[in-house]
Ligand binder design. Structure first.
Ligand code: 6R9
Length: 644
């Protein structure tokens, strides 16, 4: 474990929104009296009818039920737009920076009001009502935020699907959400390359049906339009008013569904509701990033992930911030792009992922050093454990040793940050997400479920609810209870392992279930396996993660072919592009090993532990293999290990 400590810089200790003393006082209050704490904090957003009930939550695995502020009514879009109009109508809400550095746009809160109202009116005109699901499959353009907020405005539930997902993956999500409306663009642009989004939607809609497709023009590229189903958004936009009243929503009415990978089966539709989610997004955005009026705040995530939902759209906009939305990638047109964007738009806070930091670190210091970055005040990291080398580089080279780094641990299911330094309150240790946010009660449990105390290592659970917690999985409350509340009854199981050190700091060690984290993106090994076995020549597949210099984890697939099929290199390549097509580029295996047999127990369970060790090249520590049905397969697997 890295031993270094970076003390709180003096100016931060003196001027931050939360000092060390205030952190301790408020944390203790939130721990002793969660209802009292959240009763006060809930008021940071605007309510139509104020709540009188704060918390009503049960983690009992047979009766999981989570409600916050349940008798209050509000509207998320009203909180992100209308309530700022009087004081900051002319302030920039969204700075959009295109993939091509010559393209950018600045959208004020007043313009945001009009754009969102128009989008909402278009949806209404086409029959979208409260509670309907709307699938959003857009690139990183302002219309993605407009569309999300338009849904929120009229009480429709958005389901944003990352633009990198394949037609098959998109179809699965449209079908599971039973969504009849899809919002897409003609094409996306990233790193100078075009992504055929509308074409992907057309392919998806050969498998599942949708009534209406809205197409936003991004490139003007050629696309097919199906009469009666497909509509050009720009034309629709012209036909409606720029004013749309917001719907009065219950705090527990759904705001959005976001699909994420789990350890088994198909992706899970994580459901977030309105009031508690917004309170969590708002308070964490303000306090974790020490957000001040006038700051330019940049989160580099895609809106297709939860980080984009909470820290590009809902958190910053509910706080009246200027949020930057970037269409491109860190290394286009040059590896200085991030830092050039920081200088161009005078960015104060940069929130990005370890995988991007590692890639930029590999390009050396010069591309960073030729930029100024003098407006930066704070750096953030999210998505996977950050290795101390990358942390130190981010701190020393990007931050010139003067900027704190907030390493924020959280999940799609948590809605907002749960474990993170507050920059003026908590000294930093490279690689540690440090301490819990207000109202968060992390615990570490041992092999038999016992709660461990002091310095220890085990599985990370959260002992009590927080307002931004997911309420259920869309259409499958039983799976919700099973996945998160059965392993340790009475507690929320995160799926992560963690260590707590003698100072009470948390160090997340990574997933302990069959989920792998590739470049900060969650992928279920089961999803990749079922894509592989869907190929006609594959009889069986097992997928594991292994350490990868840039991606954090790489994907290693063991594949058993159908009887009589000879393994060859072209087939290996075909399987890689097959998975790419089935799920999307992020799921492409980095290594495929043809295996005549997989190591199984006598009851037929694949021993992934052994497969992981072989993928890692750790042959000396395979452990006991005598319980295998056929111990001889191990020798063959080692002999034919793929190059990684
Ligand atoms: C926000 C987000 C969640 C999983 C989570 C954990 C890993 C995220 C982390 C981190 C260590 C951090 N993770 N942030 N691990 N340190 N700062 O990424 O949500 O896509 O649902 O992934 O990512 O393993 O369980 P999501």
């Amino acid at each position: 474990m890295h031993k270094k400590i970076y003390e709180i810089p003096e100016d931060w200790a003196d001027h931050a929104l939360v000092s060390a003393e205030r952190y301790q006082r408020l944390y203790d209050f939130s721990f002793r009296d969660p209802e009292g704490f959240w009763s006060e904090q809930g008021r940071r957003i605007s309510w139509i009818a104020p709540y009188t009930i704060v918390k009503d939550t049960r983690f009992d695995p047979h009766k999981v039920s989570i409600k916050w502020f349940e008798d209050g009514t509000t509207n998320a879009a009203m909180n992100c737009i209308d309530r700022h109009l009087l004081t900051r109508g002319d302030q920039v809400a969204i700075i959009w920076e295109g993939d091509d550095p010559s393209q950018s746009r600045r959208i004020t809160y007043r313009e945001l009001y009009e754009e969102v109202s128009r989008f909402a009116n278009v949806l209404k005109k086409h029959g979208v009502r409260r509670g309907d699901r709307v699938t959003i499959y857009l690139p990183m353009i302002p219309e993605a935020a407009f569309a999300m907020l338009a849904c929120a405005r009229i009480g429709a539930i958005h389901s944003v699907v990352f633009g990198g997902f394949s037609p098959e993956a998109l179809a699965g999500r449209i079908e599971d959400a039973r969504s009849e409306v899809v919002i897409t663009a003609d094409e996306g642009v990233r790193g100078g390359k075009r992504i055929p989004l509308k074409e992907n939607v057309d392919k998806a809609l050969t498998r599942v049906s949708a009534k209406t497709v809205f197409v936003v023009t991004r490139t003007g590229g050629e696309i097919g339009m199906e009469k009666g189903r497909d509509f050009r958004y720009e034309e629709e936009r012209e036909s409606v008013s720029a004013h749309c009243p917001y719907a009065e929503m219950g705090a527990e009415d759904p705001l959005f569904i976001l699909y994420t990978s789990g350890s088994t089966g198909k992706p899970k539709g994580v459901l977030h509701t309105t009031g508690g989610y917004l309170v969590q997004a708002s308070i964490t955005h303000e306090l974790v990033f020490d957000y001040r009026d006038g700051d330019v705040y940049w989160c580099t995530a895609d809106v297709g992930w939860v980080t984009g939902h909470s820290y590009i759209v809902y958190g910053p906009l509910s706080n009246g911030a200027t949020t930057l939305m970037f269409e491109g990638v860190p290394n286009y047109p040059t590896v200085s792009r991030f830092w050039e964007v920081v200088d161009k738009h005078a960015v104060n806070t940069l929130y990005t992922a370890p995988t991007a930091i590692r890639a930029l670190m590999a390009a050396g210091e010069e591309p960073v050093k030729r930029t100024s970055r003098k407006t930066l005040r704070l750096l953030g990291s999210v998505g996977e454990p950050i290795n101390p080398e990358a942390w130190e580089w981010y701190h020393r080279v990007v931050g010139e040793g003067r900027l704190p780094i907030v390493d924020t641990w959280w999940q799609t299911e948590t809605g907002g940050v749960l474990i993170s330094p507050l920059p003026g309150a908590i000294a930093l240790k490279p690689g540690s997400a440090t301490k819990p946010f207000f109202g968060v009660v992390p615990e570490i449990v041992g092999p038999t479920g016992e709660v461990l105390h002091g310095a220890c290592e085990g599985n990370l659970v959260i002992a009590d609810s927080w307002p931004g917690q997911a309420r259920t999985l869309w259409g499958d409350h039983e799976r919700f209870a099973q996945t998160y509340f059965h392993a340790y009854p009475g507690k929320y199981f995160t799926g992560d392992g963690a260590r707590r050190d003698e100072d009470g700091y948390y160090w997340i060690t990574g997933r302990v279930d069959d989920v792998i984290n590739v470049s900060g993106h969650r992928l279920g090994t089961a999803e990749i396996e079922s894509a592989l076995v869907a190929h006609e020549l594959v009889s069986e597949a097992a997928v594991v993660g292994y350490p990868h210099d840039l991606k954090g984890q790489g994907i290693y697939a063991y594949v058993t072919l159908m009887q009589g099929v000879e393994p060859h290199d072209a087939l290996r390549k075909e399987l890689v592009s097959w998975v790419r097509r089935e799920i999307g580029p992020i799921a492409s295996p980095d290594a495929v090993q043809f295996a005549p047999g997989l190591p199984k127990t006598r009851s037929g369970k694949i021993m992934r532990r052994i497969l992981r060790k072989i993928a890692e090249g750790e042959f000396g520590t395979l452990g006991d293999t005598s319980t295998l049905a056929d111990p001889a397969v191990v020798g063959d697997l080692i002999k034919h290990r793929a190059e990684v």
